[in-house]
Design a protein around this ligand. Structure first.
Ligand SMILES: Nc1nc2c(ncn2[C@@H]2O[C@H](COP(=O)(O)OP(=O)(O)OP(=O)(O)O)[C@@H](O)[C@H]2O)c(=O)[nH]1
Length: 661
C-alpha cells in the first residue's frame, strides 16, 4: 500500500448516527448504505474526525469528488464544502519553551479525569461549551459504553494568563489497572500531573499507584479534589489523606467540581504557575520521544512525539533510534484534539508526525526519533508492555479465518500492547494466541473486534505466563534455554522434565473502609495471598498490601472484592516477579472427552476451591453450558465440540469464578 498526501480536502457533514456511519465505512455493506460504502472504498475517505457536536465528521476525500458524493447521497450528507486546496498550517514558532506546559491528568477510575479534561478544553475554547455530554477525549465506542478510557489522547490548549499566551499540552490517561502501561507512557512526555481525587471516595488504590508513577518520574504533582458538589463530599478528609499518604500540604490541593465547572479556571492558572516548562537540550539537533501511536489506513502510523531538542518539519529525513529505519516526514502538527497541521514543531512542544511508517510495530513506543546523519543520545526507554493474560482466539467458522485475520491486524495496528502469535487446535482449527495486559483489556479487545469489525470469535480460557526450569541438558539444548515460558496450557511440560515450575506474582494494594476488613482478609486467604503491610490512611479507611499469585486475581478477584465491599474497596497491582509453585495441568472433559482448549494450570494443593469449574467437572459441564446457552441473548452462533454445542462466550464465562455465598 502506498501512503498518499492529499491536497484536496473536503468537509463532509454526515447526518445520522455516528455508529451508523462508522458501520457504513468499516463493515460489509448493507441495504441503503451499500452504494455509499462502495463509493467510499473506491474513492477513499482519507481521514475521518468526529466533531465535537457528535453529529459531524470531517472527511478528507480524494480529488474534487465531494460534491458528487453529496448529489448521490443527500440523505447521508448534509453539506460538502472544500476544506482547503492548500492545507493551512499553524505557525508554532511563537510558543517558546518557557510558555509551554506538558501535563497529564491521573486518577482512580471514575474520579473525573475525562470530565475535567473536557472542562479544560471548553475554557480554552478548544470545544464549544457543553457541546456534548459525552467526553471528547474518550473516542472509542467501547470507551463510551464502558465509561472508561482505554487509549490515551492528547490535546493542545491555548491559554492566555496575565497577558501571556501559553501552550498547554494535556495528555489524557486511562484509569484502569490493566492500562497502567499507557499511564507511564503518557507521563514520560510530561513535567507535571493533576492528581484527581473524588471528594467523596477519597484516595483509592489506583490513586496511590498513579501517584507513585508520577513521583518516580520526578513530576510536579498538583492534587485536585473533584466532585465537591456531591452531597457527601468531604474535601477536608481527602486533603488530610493526601497529606498523610503523599506528604503534600492540604493547602496545595485545589477543590473543584469538574461537572459544574466550579474552580476549574484555577486549575489552569496553577498548571501555568506551579508546573515547570519542559527541559530541552539547547542547541541539540531534532530529538523526540515517541510516546504513542495510532494508525491511519492511508497515511500509516500517526506518531505522538514530545520534542526534547531541535525542530522538525515536512521533508525532514528522520531515523528511529531503536529500529534504525529511516523515513521522510510527510506532515507534522498538533492535536486540539483534532489534527491541525503545523509548519514546524519546536523543542518543548508535543504533537504528531506522519512519515509513512507502515505499522505500529515499526514505531516502537519509547523510541527516540532524530534526523538522518544527526544521531543523538537516545532518551531512556519505556517499560515495554508486558502481557499478563494469554488466550487463544479462533473464528467461529473457519471460513471466517481470513476476515478475522484482517480485523486482528487492523486492531493490533492501533494497540501495540497486544501480542499475537499463530495457534491451532483440533477442535477449533486455525487461530491465534493473544497476550493482553489484563482481563479487562482482553474483554475490551474482544468487544472492539465485534463492534468495529463485526467479527465473531471464540476465546479460550485466559491463562497467565508460567515458567518451567528444565531438568535435562538435552531439553535445555532443544529449547535453547533452561527456563521456558508457557503461555499455552496445552504445552505445559510434564513434571518429569522439569526441575521446578514458577508462577507470576503481583503485589496488590487494597484500600477499603475498615468495616469490610474481615471479609477482604478471608477472600485474600482463599487466593493464596500473603499479607505484606497494613495501614490506616484515616480513621475509617485501611490500606493493605498482599502478595498474590497473578492467576488468583486475574480473572474475577476484582469483581468479588467489589461485591463483598458493596463497591467501596479498590484494588491495584504491580508486577512482583516469579515464585516457585507446585503446579499441575488440569484437563476438562466435555461429555467424557478432554477439550484441549479448556486445559488449565492449577495449584496442586487447593485446586479451584469454591469454583464453578470444580463443580462442573466432567459431565456436569454440559449443565453449565446449557445454562449459559439459555442466558445468551438472541441467536448467537454455536460451536460444536464432540456432541455438545458451546455458545461462543462460554469459554470465557466458564472461567469466571463465582464466590459460593
Ligand atoms: N457530581 C459530580 N460528578 C462528576 C464530577 N466529575 C465527574 N463526574 C461524574 O463521574 C463519572 C466519571 O467521570 P469520568 O470523567 O468519566 O471519570 P474518569 O476518571 O475519566 O474515568 P475513566 O475514564 O474510567 O478513568 C461521570 O459520571 C461524571 O459525570 C463532578 O465534579 N461532580
Amino acid at each position: 500500500m502506498s501512503y498518499i498526501e492529499l491536497h484536496w480536502m473536503y468537509e463532509v457533514f454526515f447526518i445520522g448516527s455516528l455508529d451508523g456511519l462508522w458501520r457504513m465505512l468499516t463493515v460489509p455493506p448493507r441495504h441503503t448504505a451499500r452504494c455509499l460504502h462502495l463509493w467510499m472504498w473506491k474513492h477513499p475517505v482519507c481521514t475521518l474526525h468526529r466533531h465535537l457536536s457528535g453529529r459531524r465528521w470531517t472527511g478528507g476525500i480524494l480529488g474534487g469528488r465531494g460534491r458528487l458524493l453529496q448529489t448521490l447521497y443527500p440523505a447521508y450528507l448534509s453539506q460538502v464544502t472544500p476544506y482547503s486546496s492548500k492545507k493551512e498550517r499553524i505557525d508554532m514558532s511563537e510558543y517558546n519553551v518557557e510558555y509551554i506546559r506538558n501535563f497529564s491528568i491521573i486518577a482512580h477510575v471514575d474520579h473525573g479525569k475525562s470530565t475535567l479534561a473536557d472542562r479544560l478544553l471548553e475554557i480554552t475554547g478548544c470545544i464549544p461549551k457543553a457541546a456534548s455530554n459525552k467526553q471528547v477525549l474518550d473516542k472509542l465506542q467501547v470507551e463510551r459504553e464502558r465509561g472508561i478510557t482505554v487509549k490515551a489522547q492528547t490535546a493542545s490548549l491555548f491559554y492566555t494568563y496575565q497577558g501571556k499566551k501559553y501552550l498547554l499540552n494535556l495528555i489524557d490517561t486511562p484509569g484502569h489497572v490493566d492500562f497502567s502501561y499507557e499511564v507511564s507512557r503518557s507521563l514520560s512526555a510530561c513535567q507535571g500531573v493533576l492528581l484527581v481525587v473524588d471528594a467523596n471516595e477519597g484516595i483509592q488504590a489506583q490513586t496511590v499507584a498513579n501517584f507513585y508513577l508520577a513521583f518516580e518520574a520526578q513530576l510536579s504533582i498538583i492534587p485536585v479534589i473533584n466532585k465537591i458538589d456531591l452531597k457527601n463530599a468531604d474535601p477536608e478528609r481527602v486533603e488530610k489523606q493526601i497529606e498523610k499518604m503523599f506528604d503534600i500540604p492540604a493547602s496545595d490541593c485545589i477543590r473543584i467540581s469538574a461537572k459544574l465547572g466550579t474552580n476549574v479556571e484555577r486549575v489552569l492558572e496553577e498548571v501555568v504557575t506551579r508546573l515547570p516548562p519542559p527541559k530541552i537540550e539547547e542547541g541539540s539537533p531534532f530529538k523526540a520521544l515517541l510516546f504513542d501511536s495510532t494508525f491511519d489506513h492511508y497515511r500509516g502510523v500517526i506518531a505522538s512525539v514530545a520534542l526534547f531538542g531541535g525542530e522538525v518539519c515536512k521533508g525532514n529525513k528522520i531515523v528511529l533510534a531503536h529500529s534504525g529505519k529511516c523515513y521522510e516526514v510527510n506532515e507534522v502538527g498538533i492535536l486540539t484534539p483534532e489534527e491541525v497541521p503545523a509548519e514546524k514543531l519546536y523543542a518543548g512542544q508535543v504533537g504528531y508526525l506522519t512519515a509513512g511508517m507502515k505499522d505500529v510495530q515499526e514505531a516502537q513506543i519509547g523510541d527516540t526519533v532524530h534526523l538522518l546523519k544527526q544521531p543523538v543520545e537516545p532518551l531512556p526507554g519505556f517499560k515495554p508492555a508486558k502481557p499478563m493474560v494469554f488466550a487463544g482466539m479462533f473464528p467461529v467458522d473457519q471460513s471466517e479465518y481470513s476476515n478475522l485475520k484482517g480485523a486482528l491486524e487492523k486492531l493490533t495496528l492501533n494497540d501495540s500492547s497486544v501480542s499475537v502469535s499463530r495457534d491451532s487446535s483440533a477442535a477449533l482449527g486455525a487461530g491465534w494466541r493473544l497476550g493482553f495486559l489484563g482481563l479487562l483489556h482482553l474483554e475490551v479487545f474482544n468487544q472492539r473486534l465485534e463492534q468495529e469489525y463485526n467479527a465473531s470469535v471464540i476465546m479460550t480460557s485466559p491463562t497467565v505466563p508460567y515458567k518451567a526450569v528444565l531438568s535435562s541438558p538435552k531439553l535445555i539444548k532443544e529449547y535453547g534455554e533452561e527456563e521456558i515460558t508457557i503461555v499455552n496450557p496445552s504445552e505445559f511440560p510434564d513434571k518429569s522434565l522439569v526441575k521446578e515450575y514458577l508462577e507470576p506474582m503481583i503485589l496488590g494494594t487494597i484500600i477499603s473502609p475498615d468495616e469490610y476488613l474481615s471479609k477482604i482478609m478471608s477472600l485474600c486467604q482463599t487466593r493464596r495471598a500473603e499479607q505484606k503491610s497494613f495501614l490506616y490512611i484515616d480513621e475509617h479507611r485501611i490500606m493493605m498490601k498482599y502478595l498474590f499469585p497473578l492467576n488468583e486475581v486475574v480473572v474475577d478477584f476484582y469483581d468479588n472484592l467489589k461485591s463483598l465491599s458493596s463497591g467501596y474497596a479498590s484494588f491495584d497491582y504491580e508486577d512482583a516477579g516469579y515464585q516457585a509453585a507446585d503446579l499441575v495441568k488440569m484437563d476438562i472433559l466435555l461429555n467424557g472427552r478432554a477439550v484441549e482448549e479448556l486445559v488449565t494450570i492449577a495449584h496442586r494443593i487447593k485446586p479451584y476451591r469454591k469454583n464453578v469449574l470444580a463443580k462442573c467437572y466432567g459431565g456436569d459441564i454440559t449443565r453449565k453450558m446449557k445454562l449459559l446457552k439459555k442466558q445468551a441473548e438472541g441467536k448467537k452462533k454455536m460451536r460444536k465440540i464432540g456432541n455438545v454445542e458451546v455458545p461462543k462466550d462460554a469459554f470465557i464465562s466458564v472461567l469466571k469464578r463465582q464466590l459460593d455465598k
